[in-house]
Design a protein around this ligand. Structure first.
Ligand SMILES: [Zn+2]
Length: 190
């Protein structure tokens, strides 16, 4: 009993309490957790003073929370899944697997314009690394990093988020899907 206690204490000292907790969580769940923080960071950090973002590939103007964090090189390519250049706010239409299919052509042009010629190509070659895996320690570290960044953004955007709280809709509208409703909102904004 005493031995176990001592061991625990030692581990905490070496790797930190957060890491010790995370060792019991399956890797895919940890990755999903990182994705939630990362996606929120990408969308919030791209927002202007009104909490609005422009879709990276069609310039549609939408509230950050209605945008999606879209990948240039698909998310299955782990080496660039959490690369900030590879993931940008997109509208649901551009990021849709059947409609816009990610608009990778437009994405590439924009990336080269923003970060210099050859950026898209560099991301593609990074993404083509076979068998790239994300390590547990790396994921846990990134979760901490993006969690902190998101909390900071949430604090600075608090007044905007409160103004964007869902509005009560007439009953007949409720029957329709929320996505369709948000489409209508976007057209109104445009
Ligand atoms: Zn778009």
């Amino acid at each position: 009993m005493i031995k176990r206690k001592r061991k625990k204490k030692k581990d905490r000292g070496n790797r930190g309490l957060a890491f010790e907790k995370e060792t019991r969580v399956p890797l895919n769940q940890l990755e999903a957790r990182l994705w939630r923080w990362f996606s929120e960071y990408v969308r919030r950090s791209g927002a202007n003073d009104f909490g609005m973002v422009y879709c990276y590939t069609c310039n549609r103007y939408l509230y950050w929370n209605e945008s999606q964090a879209g990948h240039f090189v698909p998310r299955g390519r782990k080496a660039v899944k959490f690369n900030e250049q590879n993931v940008k706010p997109q509208c649901p239409r551009c990021n849709h697997p059947l409609w816009g299919k990610g608009e990778s052509g437009k994405f590439a042009i924009r990336l080269d314009k923003d970060y210099g010629r050859g950026t898209a190509e560099r991301l593609q070659s990074l993404g083509s690394i076979r068998g790239a895996k994300l390590g547990r320690v790396w994921i846990v570290q990134k979760i901490g990093e993006y969690k902190e960044k998101v909390h900071e953004l949430r604090r600075s955007m608090k007044h905007i988020d409160e103004a964007h709280k869902p509005v009560r809709r007439p009953t007949r509208m409720k029957a329709q899907s929320s996505r369709f409703i948000s489409e209508i909102d976007q057209r109104d904004v445009l």
